[in-house]
Write a protein that binds this ligand. Structure first.
Ligand SMILES: NC(=O)c1ccc[n+]([C@@H]2O[C@H](COP(=O)([O-])OP(=O)(O)OC[C@H]3O[C@@H](n4cnc5c(N)ncnc54)[C@H](O)[C@@H]3O)[C@@H](O)[C@H]2O)c1
Length: 344
């Protein structure tokens, strides 16, 4: 009998790739999402899974009954959204995560994969950050991930195994596309304006992983012997997937015929930097190979943007930038002051 996996946030950027991937791998996938971005599709869905349309702040024991594992992706998913309203990030990213984990543990769920982030290391001066490096969360979003990890850590026992999957910055084509992550953005700019402008000095580091490789490593954590992952954090990625912004920009312009690179360093530009050490991931999963790199990923993005006929208006449309879209839903009265749907 196939194992049932509940994926929260299955309708988002990562979820709409992870969910069909796991369904194709033979898991019984149930998606749970309030559907903030249900209307924000760039390409058709990759496959449908059973769904529960619900806010994660309203979960009940029935939502986790009979589930083998929870993959918890639902969150307000980046720094600017965290700045929109601290209270929402606290409630959704932290409090609802703890409640979900408590319900899961009580229901006998075996493992809980938490989609965390390397952003929690802050703008680190360390050469590279390992899982043991001090955490220095600078934003409400990053703090919510740290607090959630700590609370989950306390819930772990011999029957309940949380694991903290610290992702880098994810790129690649997804039905629920985001242009607010770095490589998707750079290739989009090169495609729709013919140029990429770098406002920092280009030196900050980012670990960047393709969303399909992310789907494959979530499966790895589902299938791994419990003893290898129980209650542990993993920087998830590979050392050769750390890149400086300038390299990403150069690859973006090299991918798009005729595109130019412009350096316009500005005071106050985004100088957040983090170069992650992925040695623990490699030692734990020595057979896992990342299939994508920035060059192949940029080529895929460009081909998809061309095929979709992406214009500058589409690229800057609210649908593909999480913060803009939530603003729109609030301003048009579809979401209320607690970030819940007013109707349905
Ligand atoms: N995309 C990245 O580069 C990246 C990097 C590191 C970590 N992460 C983490 O991975 C997870 C998924 O990221 P993503 O890029 O797919 O984000 P996303 O914004 O595209 O998707 C998040 C999904 O969660 C849902 N959601 C949000 N609040 C909810 C609520 N209260 N109830 C029910 N559903 C709710 C949204 O409707 C959306 O479908 C997040 O936890 C994010 O912090 C993402």
């Amino acid at each position: 009998m196939s194992k049932r996996v509940l994926i929260t946030g299955h309708n988002g950027y990562i979820g709409s790739v992870v969910s069909p991937h796991l369904a194709a791998a033979g898991y019984e996938v149930i998606g749970l999402d309030t559907g903030f971005f249900g209307e924000c599709s760039l390409v058709p869905d990759l496959g449908l899974v059973g769904t529960i349309k619900k806010d994660i702040r309203d979960l009940t024991p029935a939502d986790v009954a009979g589930v083998y594992a929870v993959i918890h992706l639902a969150a307000l998913s980046n720094d600017p959204i965290g700045n929109l309203n601290d209270g929402w990030t606290e409630e959704i990213n932290f409090k609802a995560t703890v409640k979900l984990a408590e319900l899961a543990k009580a229901a006998g769920v075996d493992r809980f994969l938490f989609s965390s982030s390397c952003i929690m290391y802050g703008a680190s001066n360390a050469e590279v950050v390992t899982e043991e490096s001090p955490l220095d969360p600078k934003t409400e979003y990053a703090r919510s991930k740290v607090k959630a990890e700590r609370a989950l850590y306390e819930l772990a026992d011999e029957r309940f195994s949380p694991v903290y999957i610290r992702n880098g910055t994810i790129y690649g084509v997804s039905p629920r596309m985001r242009f607010d992550t770095v490589l998707n953005d750079l290739v989009g700019r090169a495609t729709t304006t013919g140029k990429v402008v770098v406002y920092s000095d280009g030196k900050p580091w980012r670990p960047v992983m393709h969303v399909q490789d992310v789907a494959r490593y979530f499966q790895l954590f589902l299938d791994a012997p419990k003893g290898k992952i129980h209650n542990q954090a993993f920087n998830s990625g590979a050392n050769d997937l750390n890149h400086q912004i300038i390299e990403l920009a150069q690859i973006a312009v090299a991918t798009v015929p005729g595109a130019q690179l412009e350096m316009q360093p500005q005071p106050g530009a985004d100088q957040r930097t983090y170069k992650a050490d992925f040695g623990k991931f490699a030692r734990t999963f020595p057979d896992f190979k990342f299939k994508w790199n920035v060059r192949t990923g940029a080529a895929e993005l460009y081909a998809t943007y061309k095929k979709a006929g992406l214009t500058l208006a589409d690229f800057t449309d609210k649908k593909f930038t999480r913060l803009k879209w939530l603003h729109y839903l609030l301003d048009s009265g579809r979401l209320d002051g607690s970030l819940r749907w007013k109707t349905n």
